[in-house]
Design a protein around this ligand. Structure first.
Ligand SMILES: N[C@@H](CCC(=O)N[C@@H](CS)C(=O)NCC(=O)O)C(=O)O
Length: 220
């Protein structure tokens, strides 16, 4: 398998965690979003959406969209599971994952930020306010669901990490990068800290990747 990734990409972060949880190794192709490497003809041939991540299989099949990739990995490599065994549990985990991957994250991706900048002429402070607003909205919504539901355990759903944890750690990482305090969202904070203590999550962190700029790299 060949994994197209970028250190700062949250969707790539999700797939990195899943590959680590399932102990799968891949060749990694680093695509630098900051130099628009995702908009070259070469990468467009891999993923016409020009977004990361993508995962190509040995027969050349290209998988794209992080949640679809997670679902593929789950079906193909079921151990350890990232989804609960019961239908209601799976629906809840997928819903929590979707709150991040399909609601919060899309408002923060480079192509949206480029549009705010180039077409709507929003300046840095306005763009920062946009990012903060949508980041906080998602944190509040996650806390609302996680805090009230007895299905929440050490992790988002019970005591094993699931796709929901795989998704929320990226969202919290973005919040921390914006210096947003997690104090108003204690359940989210606790689950984030529990998940990031796992080697599979820690090794996938954006600041711990081979293509992370040296100045930003986590020092161990
Ligand atoms: N919903 C997609 C999001 C893909 C996406 O937007 N990825 C970002 C990086 S996290 C990207 O490559 N953006 C390029 C751009 O917006 O120009 C997924 O989960 O895979």
């Amino acid at each position: 398998m060949k994994f197209f990734s970028f250190w700062r990409s949250l969707a790539s972060f999700r797939v990195r965690i899943a590959l680590n949880l399932k102990n799968l190794s891949t060749e990694i192709v680093f695509i630098d979003l900051d130099t628009n490497a995702h908009r070259t003809d070469d990468y467009r041939r891999v993923n016409p959406q020009m977004a990361l991540p993508a995962l190509t299989l040995d027969d050349g099949t290209v998988l794209f969209q992080s949640l679809a990739i997670l679902e593929y990995l789950e079906e193909k490599y079921p151990e350890p599971p990232m989804l609960p065994v019961d239908a209601l549990g799976r629906a809840r985990v997928r819903a929590l994952a979707l709150m991040v991957a399909c609601e919060g994250h899309p408002l923060l991706v480079p192509r949206v930020r480029r549009y705010l900048d180039n077409e709507l002429n929003l300046r840095d402070a306005q763009q920062a306010a946009w990012r903060r607003h949508w980041t906080v909205e998602t944190l509040a919504a996650l806390e609302g669901h996680l805090a009230r539901d007895k299905a929440t355990g050490r992790f988002c759903h019970g005591d094993q990490p699931t796709m929901a944890d795989v998704c929320i750690v990226g969202h919290v990482t973005v919040a921390l990068a914006q210096d947003i305090s997690l104090a108003p969202w204690p359940t989210v904070k606790r689950i984030f800290e529990t998940a990031m203590a796992l080697p599979a999550f820690a090794a996938a962190h954006p600041l711990a990747q081979p293509d992370t700029p040296e100045a930003m790299r986590t020092k161990n």
